[in-house]
Write a protein that binds this ligand. Structure first.
Ligand SMILES: N[C@@H](CCC(=O)N[C@@H](CS)C(=O)NCC(=O)O)C(=O)O
Length: 208
């Protein structure tokens, strides 16, 4: 059975959600951030990076959320939550899976750093704002006329991108990005999303 090594208030929440969507049985091993918001050292005993999420399954540890989402869908999805392999939709799906952590989340990593340096960080802040506008505008544009990133139905690409959407509505100005804000509201209303919150514990980015 899959064990999700779940750090509070973290990207591993979306792995719980994915497993709930697929109705795959799983166990949770809980870890708590320290006073500096870092993961506890014991997580390094699971995987050398000591980051969350990481899952263990069949004697293996798999780290990096995009790789975990891909693993779960390939091993447990039975064709659910992803387009047909070989289709052009599948190529788009892979793009969103990689884009989430490869590019879209980076300005949100830089944002608290820029904020902590105050005025000294003005040039960095300008760059962060530029990247936020670029990336969040791109996501909002993609969602024009679509309920989910690939069309009418949720895929695992939405699950992987969900953390970026949640950071956007909590830390960026999304008043001019109605599609993005509506998408976050839509996926957070799903029963599987709520079930994952109930199992994973307090999660500050879930509304309602
Ligand atoms: N790109 C990685 C990011 C992993 C990551 O930085 N996770 C954060 C939680 S959202 C973490 O473990 N932070 C605690 C720490 O760095 O000690 C992924 O998507 O898995």
């Amino acid at each position: 059975m899959i064990t999700v090594h779940h750090l509070n208030e973290s990207r591993s929440q979306r792995i719980l959600w994915l497993l709930e969507e697929l109705a795959v049985p799983y166990e949770i091993q809980f870890y708590w951030r320290d006073a500096h918001k870092m993961a506890p050292a014991e997580l390094r005993g699971v995987h050398p990076l000591g980051k969350s999420p990481v899952i263990t399954d069949d004697g293996r540890a798999i780290a990096e959320s995009g790789a975990i989402v891909d693993y779960v869908v390939r091993h447990y999805g039975g064709g659910r939550l992803c387009p047909k392999a070989g289709s052009s939709d599948y190529d788009d799906y892979v793009h969103w899976l990689h884009y989430a952590e490869g590019s879209a989340s980076l300005p949100f990593v830089m944002l608290p750093i820029a904020n902590s340096f105050g005025k000294m960080a003005t040039p960095l802040r300008r760059r962060v704002d530029y990247e936020l506008d670029l990336n969040l505008g791109y996501i909002n544009g993609r969602l024009e006329g679509r309920d989910y990133l690939l069309g009418d139905a949720l895929t695992a690409a939405d699950v992987q991108m969900s953390f970026v959407g949640e950071l956007a509505v909590n830390f960026a100005d999304v008043s001019a990005l109605p599609n993005l804000a509506a998408w976050v509201g839509r996926f957070q209303a799903r029963p599987a999303y709520k079930a994952a919150i109930a199992r994973g514990g307090p999660y500050p980015y879930a509304k309602g």
